[in-house]
Design a binder for this molecule. Structure first.
Ligand SMILES: [Zn+2]
Length: 154
């Protein structure tokens, strides 16, 4: 018999597959087996899931100031709603709500932003000029200063 907790995780897993979160991340968040997830991905998207290596940090997703601003705002939004705990339902709901308000964002970028802020791999800093929160890291030219002051995205 499938327990209720397990059933809820299975439902979240299929919604996260629809959102195109990487399978190894879904596996870690929901405990649904890789074999099952791969089959569901194929059933839902009609293709096999990507097998490539996961990005090491959120910085891999930040290719310009616009992405730095979007991913930063997702990290701030998630933290305001959920604190630093990562749960599959919270990730999914925050991503859906963010998209409704702010537009498209790769859920993988959102996940890595939250994970890396939580693990202190990157810092959430506050801009002295515009007061926005943003992902600060000296390892990337788009994150070593406030991306909102560099762009007019928001
Ligand atoms: Zn600023």
């Amino acid at each position: 018999m499938v327990g209720l907790y397990e059933l809820e995780n299975m439902q979240l897993a299929q919604q996260l597959i629809r959102a195109r979160l990487r399978l190894s991340v879904i596996r870690a968040l929901t405990d649904v087996s890789t074999l099952t997830l791969r089959q569901w991905w194929h059933d839902i998207h009609g293709v096999r899931p990507a097998n490539g290596k996961l990005p090491e940090t959120v910085l891999s997703f930040i290719k310009d100031a616009d992405m730095a601003a979007r991913i930063s705002s997702f990290a701030v939004f998630y933290k305001r709603l959920n604190g630093t705990t990562i749960a599959p339902g919270w990730l999914l709901n925050t991503w859906m709500e963010y998209q409704r308000i702010c537009g498209d964002i790769d859920i993988n970028a959102g996940y890595f932003a939250v994970r890396d802020v939580r693990a202190h791999i990157v810092m959430l800093s506050r801009c002295d000029k515009c007061r926005a929160g943003y992902i600060y890291d000296t390892g990337n030219k788009y994150t070593d200063q406030c991306p909102f002051c560099q762009t007019k995205v928001f």
